[in-house]
Design a protein around this ligand. Sequence first.
Ligand code: SAM
Length: 391
Amino acid sequence: PKMGDGLSTFLNSGIYQFENSNAVFIDPVRVMNRSYTHFRVSPSAYYPRFFESKPLAQESRVSSSNSRKRKRKEKKPHSLNDREKAAEQRHQEARPFLLKAHKCLLRATALLELMSNMRSDSESLQEGGDLVSPSVPQQSFVELGQDWHAPFHEIILDFRQYDKLNVDKGSMIMQYSEQKLHPLFNNLVLNETGDDVEAEFLSSRFVIPGKSCFYMSDLEQIHSLIPAESCCGFNLIVVDPPWENGSASQKSRYPTLPNRYFLSLPIKQLTHADGALVALWVTNREKLRGFVEKELFLAWGVMHVATFYWLKAMDSECLSKFKPVQHNQIIISIPGAYSRKPPIGGLLPEYFPGFKPTRCIELFAREMTSGWTSWGNEPLHFQDFKYFTRN
Ligand code: SAM
């Protein structure tokens, strides 16, 4: 059968726009592959929970089927306090959009089939390339960065294999090869070439996308990213803070910070003279939503323009000068590793203020993207070789 336009766009971009809907489906693996030339993001490493779970039934289910969550809701009915009432109202408002988006997903059978075939495809093709995963356990950058000898750690960027200079038309090929050493922490590490390069630190290897950079540090050093002049600031700022929440599983994965720390994030100082679109990830907790709307936005000097919802499609159990940003948009995707957010940069370009190319930064990042600056205490976390295959 002829492939629909939407599906062929999806195969290239990783973004599927449902017709007549404010919902999109994102496949982070496809989106991220646009950042790489010599490597591919490994679907099984990106979607560990999806690959571990049993094969998808024809129909996808939404993660509200999570039994733990359901049990919590089955408590005896009691009269709601003000915060619970506010939460209830917010949920009632969001319900129709989310249900409609879910219906769109269920109707997109070709897309669902493509996604549920991912498991068998990657088994039969060995994910289309050589596995590059090393056997050494992954470094904890968070711990290393706090160690007294953090300033002495260096990362080697290896431009050896990729910057090949074709000097003459086929008769002679000169190989340009260079290794560059950079301090790993509290330092801007840059890959200015258009190609991804390999990097080495202790016994681990990483992939650094072309035209990207990272600054690995604690929050205390974030001011180092503030540009000397605001014309060099950023037009898109994605922030995924380490919010505190009660979950024990979160505590073992990365450190969290009390809300007051985020009030002092230098959002204004990072902003481009033409302005910036700030995209902030929040969890669905009424207390947090209150803090964000009443305190955080004021402190940052930003105005709330739109809310997007992330609908986790198939979890482990199943499948001005500013253009106004469309409100109540839904992003549907299969969740990756714990707290890993789908890349949303590609959904927003029409809304960025200022000239192109857009200057983009991600705060509290655990990965890198071509064309972006990534800051956090572990921006190399998902750049480890084990998350990639070689082309
Ligand atoms: N957006 C990321 C993703 O999709 O994988 C997840 C970010 S996670 C919610 C928050 C990050 O903030 C974690 O990597 C955590 O280690 C980092 N973090 C926690 N405390 C920090 C601090 N004091 N300074 C810098 N980063 C910190």
